[in-house]
Structures are given as structure tokens and as C-alpha cells.
Design a protein around this ligand. Structure first.
Ligand code: PTJ
Length: 243
């Protein structure tokens, strides 16, 4: 039992949740190490949504709202940490939700689907086919989901698949605390923010922006601006971290 007044309460609760989900086979052991890397970058950025990340969240919302077919790709970590937030974003953006895994087994897909559904997410079902230009089994996705989507939100993606999706002509929105990752550098737009802050941030933006503002946001700075801004914010935070 984690005491609610512990200064690292949120972080400890997230770890406990991921560890429990790892024991149930929902999150992989690799997913735990990926979370650790994310936590390290979150420390560096000051564990807050920066101004540039907030702008990226508004652009992400505009991209989802203007998409012909928006899809959110969900992996084990995302389902463990943010199932309820995904339900909120699906409601605000009308995006389809597809479970798509790096370490894919049908058993994990089913377990993750159950977690999402019990949080109120409508999960796309069907027979996954090898439709992406990647080596098996990462090529697997749903024809009515990721394959047909024009805009895909990929929280915690691997760089290879992000590059493949972009090469297929899709607009890819990544959520990644590491501005140096291949995913962050390959995506159409990277939201450099922690998943459980970023998803509600994009949901709020979906509810706030009108079509005119959406059009203006779509003309906003490109991905490299957001990666540089994140590096500047890390640098600025480090300069004052021990004051
Ligand atoms: O459930 P699966 O089988 O699909 O596997 C999922 C993992 C996460 C293991 C897989 O996608 C993977 O290996 O991811 P990577 O390549 O380690 O990338 C994860 C990225 O997400 C890293 O750059 C981390 O910094 C970042 N990250 C980790 N936790 C968070 C995060 N970014 C935002 N919020 C987080 N909570």
C-alpha cells in the first residue's frame, strides 16, 4: 500500500500498476524497462507539460479531428496506465482504437482488449493481417484500422514501425518523452509529454478547438520545432534544477 502523502506517490502508483500488469502478462518485461526510460526523461523535463508540448497536444487534436479515419494504436504500457484516458480521447476524437503490439501474442491482445473495454473503450476487432512493410509479426494490423487510417496516434511506439507508417503516407502522432528517440524524430508530430498527462491534454484540446482554430493549428511549426523546444526546456530545467 503506497501512502497517499508520499512525495513520489504518482510515480509509485504507476510502477505498482505496471508491475501488477506485468505479472498478469499484459505488460512485457521490456515494457517495464521502456517505462524506466520514460521516467528518466520526465525527470529531465521537470515532470510537467511544457508550453511546447501543450501546443503539440492542440495540433494533435486538430489532426485527429480533421482526419478521414483516425486510429489510436494501443500497446501494453498504454492500456495499463491510461485505459480510462483512452476512453475519454476516443469519445472526444471519434478515433478507432486498435490493439497493436511490439511483442505480439493473441493472448496479450485479448487481455489488453478486456482492460480497455472495462474502461469503456470501444476496441476494433478482426483478423490481423501482415499489411505493414515490416518483418513478422510487427507487420500485423487490422485492415479496417491502422492499415486504412490516414492519421494514427501511437503512444510509446517503436521507431521502425513509426517510420513504416510514415512511409505508407500516414500522418503519425507519437507521444514520447524522449525527444532523441527514432520514433520522436520520425513521427509527423511528437508530443514530448508523459502519456497520462498527454492523453487528457489532447482530449481537452479536442473539446476546446473550433474548426477555424484547427485549420490555423495545422499550419503550425513542424516536428523538429517541438523536438528542439523539448531539448531547450530540458536544458533550462537542468540549469535551475538544484537552485
Ligand atoms: O506492449 P508492447 O509489446 O507493444 O511493447 C511496448 C514497448 C513499450 C515495450 C515497445 O513499444 C518498446 O520497446 O518501446 P520503446 O522502443 O522502448 O519506446 C518507448 C518510448 O516511450 C521510449 O522512448 C520512452 O522514453 C517512452 N516512454 C516510456 N514511458 C512513457 C514514455 N513516453 C511517455 N509517457 C510514458 N509513460
Amino acid at each position: 500500500m503506497i501512502p497517499a502523502d508520499h512525495p513520489r506517490y504518482r510515480s509509485l502508483v504507476a510502477r505498482e500498476r505496471l508491475a501488477a500488469c506485468a505479472r498478469e502478462g499484459v505488460v512485457t518485461l521490456e515494457g517495464l524497462t521502456a517505462h524506466g526510460r520514460g521516467e528518466a526523461f520526465d525527470y529531465l523535463i521537470g515532470e510537467r507539460t511544457t508550453e511546447s508540448a501543450l501546443l503539440a497536444e492542440h495540433i494533435a487534436a486538430a489532426m485527429l479531428l480533421s482526419a478521414r479515419l483516425p486510429v489510436i494504436s494501443v500497446n501494453g504500457n498504454t492500456a495499463a496506465l491510461a485505459a480510462a484516458a483512452l476512453a475519454g480521447l476516443q469519445g472526444a476524437s471519434r478515433a478507432r482504437v486498435e490493439v497493436n503490439l511490439f511483442h505480439r501474442t493473441e493472448e496479450r491482445v485479448e487481455k489488453i482488449t478486456r482492460i480497455l473495454e472495462s474502461a469503456g473503450v470501444e476496441v476494433l476487432k478482426g483478423r490481423a493481417e501482415p499489411l505493414l512493410p515490416l518483418s513478422h509479426p510487427r507487420a500485423l494490423c487490422l485492415r479496417e484500422g491502422i492499415f486504412s487510417a490516414d492519421t494514427i496516434l501511437v503512444p510509446l511506439e517503436d521507431g521502425d514501425r513509426c517510420a513504416a507508417l510514415v512511409a505508407m503516407g500516414k500522418r503519425v502522432i507519437a507521444i514520447d518523452l524522449n525527444p532523441l528517440s527514432r520514433t520522436a524524430r520520425t513521427a509527423t508530430l511528437t508530443v514530448v509529454d508523459e502519456l497520462t498527462r498527454a492523453l487528457p491534454g489532447i482530449t481537452r484540446a479536442c473539446r476546446e478547438i473550433d474548426p477555424e482554430e484547427g485549420e490555423r493549428l495545422m499550419k503550425s511549426p513542424d516536428n523538429s520545432y517541438f523536438l528542439r523546444a523539448a531539448m531547450d526546456e530540458i536544458r533550462g530545467h537542468l540549469e535551475h534544477a538544484l537552485d
